[in-house]
Structures are given as structure tokens and as C-alpha cells.
Design a protein around this ligand. Structure first.
Ligand SMILES: Nc1ncnc2c1ncn2[C@@H]1O[C@H](COP(=O)(O)OP(=O)(O)O)[C@@H](O)[C@H]1O
Ligand SMILES: [Mg+2]
Length: 327
């Protein structure tokens, strides 16, 4: 299978705003949040890659970098074999059509004054020359496919007249109207009611098939990743600590952080013992991340070696890679 996305040594630093006291000390050094700290991976055509990790680990920043909604500090992004890292804005236009994003909060990504049909059809106005009638036909047909029915009726509704599940369907439809190849879904069900989460996930699975999509599926919750993803990358403080197929990661997690995240996934059988506990302490700051393996202060297996240098991702069999020095 060909790679659709390939990123190499990608980094994003955000300058930290200085406060008054810092300014008093002339020459105080500018500090940075290392939101994405040298990560590399690829996403194959037709694949769903999950990106999982606690809040603040750099998942959304990674998604935005892939779509060139943020400029990387360093590293490269390839789309379908083409280096798009430095493509000028004008040349990015054709890529914007192929790459779409779905954010977690449908209400903040929909304009309250735009009717459902207009919101979904809006990207068509920008990307395709269609008559008003053609545009409406395309929108109605897509609305049927994402379960916004009766489409005629909902076409003229405003976002506040929709349920949470319907709003997320509108956001999905708007992302798909340009017939994209690649969709970054950034915690698309995190804000949805528990009752509609499964439905939205199922819909995303169906749409993937129907539209031949490739997804980067961002989530803090591994149980949803298990349902949708082919492979999963585990992110911690800006770095990928483990990556592998869903089966490899769930059946044989290697990195202690992956194990800890998995232990937080509810098990259906209450008699089954949990072997790992949720890691001690808070996620440290990405401004001054711990030296060596960023996870070592929270890791129960940490040795002095772990704080000496950053362990690289190493193959531990099959398609599984882990950035832990433990055997
Ligand atoms: N625009 C920004 N300016 C400064 N810091 C940011 C910005 N966006 C994200 N960050 C910081 O980068 C880190 C990673 O954030 P994010 O990518 O949103 O993580 P996640 O999506 O995993 O929760 C966090 O420490 C966050 O505070
Ligand atoms: Mg996020």
C-alpha cells in the first residue's frame, strides 16, 4: 500500500508569552512549548491511524501541522509523495480540497446564522463552480448519506435547532462535500452525548468505505480508537512513544505509558484483574520536559538510564515500535 501522508522529524515550538517579571530580567531567555517534538510516521492510503494520548500531548497540533493550518518549526510533510512543507498558499488550494478536518465541538465550528444546507454547501462555493441548483442537489444527496433526514426538512434549519448528534453529522457532511481523500478527525465524539457516540463512530466507518477515505483519528480514549483504527500511535509530551497495529498494541503493549493508558480503558468483565495502574502524578509541562524519556518521572520501571537520553523508537516485532529501553 502507498503512503498518503508521510511526516519526518516534525517539530512545533510555541513561544511562551513572557510576563512582566520576566521582562524585568533583561536578557531572560525566550522559552518554548515543545508541542510536537520530532515525530515521524506515515499513514497509508485507506488506513485509519489513531493518535492517542492525554490532553496536552500534542495531538491537535500534529493534526493541524499535517493540514498546514500551522507552520512547522522543523521537519517535512509529504502528501501523496509530494513535499508540501513549504508549498505557497496558492498552491495549497488543491490540497485543501483533498484534506479536511472535523473538530470536536460542532457548535463552535458551525456559524449560528448559517442554515444547515448553506453550511454544508459552503466549501463547494469556494472549490467548485456549480449552479445553485446543482449545489443544492449535491448537498441533499450527501445529507441523506450522513443520516441527516429528512434532508429537505433539515436543509433550512439553523444549528441551534439541531440535536448534538445532528450537528456533528452536519460537520462531517461539510468536511466530505469537496470529496476529500484525507480527513483529520480531532476528537470528533468527545463532546457528543454518550448515546450518539457509537452512532457517529459507525457513521465514520461507513463513510470511510463509501468515500474511500484515509483518516487520522485523534482521541484521548483508547476504546474508541480500538473500534475505528487500523494502527495506533501513542503520543506523550510531543513525542510518539509507541506505534503499531491495533492488535499489537492491545494484545501486547510494550511502552509503560501505553500499558497505563490501556489500564484506563474500561473492561467489560469485572472479574478481570487490572495489571497496570494509571500513572502517578500529572503530565509534566511541555515547556521544560523531563530529560531523556519524557515519561520517566511517572514510570514505575524507570532506571537512571531512562533520564540520560531519549530512547528512539525501536522495532519490537511485526509492525510495532516502542521508545522504551526495557526488553
Ligand atoms: N497556539 C498555541 N500557543 C501556545 N501553546 C500552544 C498552542 N497550541 C497548543 N499549545 C500547547 O501545546 C501543547 C500541545 O497542545 P495540543 O496539541 O492541543 O495537545 P492535545 O491536542 O494532545 O491536547 C500544550 O502544552 C498546549 O498548551
Ligand atoms: Mg486536542
Amino acid at each position: 500500500m502507498d503512503d498518503l501522508i508521510r511526516i519526518k522529524n516534525l517539530k512545533k515550538n510555541f513561544p511562551v508569552q513572557k510576563n512582566f517579571l520576566d521582562l524585568l530580567f533583561a536578557g531572560a531567555k525566550q522559552s518554548y512549548v515543545h508541542a510536537v517534538d520530532d515525530i515521524s510516521f506515515e499513514i497509508k492510503k485507506g488506513e485509519v491511524l489513531g493518535l492517542a494520548g492525554e490532553s496536552g500531548s500534542g495531538k491537535s497540533t500534529t493534526g493541524r501541522l499535517l493540514l498546514r493550518l500551522l507552520e512547522p518549526t522543523d521537519g517535512t510533510i509529504e502528501y501523496d509523495g509530494e513535499d508540501i512543507t513549504n508549498k505557497p498558499y496558492k498552491e495549497m488550494r488543491s490540497y485543501r480540497e483533498k484534506m479536511q478536518v472535523v473538530f470536536q465541538d460542532p457548535n463552535s465550528s458551525l456559524s449560528p446564522r448559517m442554515k444547515v444546507g448553506d453550511a454544508i454547501g459552503h466549501p463547494l462555493k469556494i472549490h467548485k463552480k456549480l449552479s445553485t441548483v446543482q449545489r443544492k442537489e449535491e448537498v441533499l444527496s450527501l445529507m441523506e448519506k450522513v443520516g441527516l433526514t429528512p434532508a429537505d426538512f433539515l436543509y433550512n434549519k439553523y444549528p441551534h435547532q439541531l440535536s448534538g448528534g445532528q450537528s456533528q453529522r452536519v460537520v462531517l457532511a461539510r468536511a466530505l462535500i469537496t470529496n476529500p481523500e484525507f480527513v483529520v478527525a480531532d476528537e470528533p465524539i468527545a463532546m457528543a452525548d454518550v448515546s450518539v457516540r457509537a452512532l457517529i463512530l459507525e457513521l465514520m466507518k461507513d463513510l470511510k468505505k463509501e468515500f474511500d477515505l484515509t483518516y487520522l483519528f485523534i482521541t484521548h480514549d483508547l476504546s474508541t480508537a480500538k473500534y475505528l483504527c487500523d494502527r495506533i500511535a501513542i503520543m506523550y509530551l510531543g513525542q510518539i512513544v509507541e506505534i503499531g497495529s491495533k492488535e499489537e498494541l492491545f494484545n501486547n503493549p510494550h511502552h509503560p505509558y501505553t500499558k497505563a493508558l490501556l489500564s484506563a480503558v474500561p473492561v467489560p468483565d469485572p472479574t478481570q484483574r487490572r495489571t497496570e495502574e494509571i500513572p502517578r502524578g500529572e503530565i509534566p509541562s511541555a515547556i521544560n520536559p523531563p530529560a531523556g524519556c519524557h515519561f520517566h518521572p511517572r514510570c514505575r520501571y524507570a532506571t537512571p538510564e531512562c533520564s540520560a537520553s531519549r530512547p528512539p523508537l525501536k522495532n519490537i516485532g511485526g509492525t510495532q515500535y516502542s521508545a522504551c529501553i526495557l526488553e
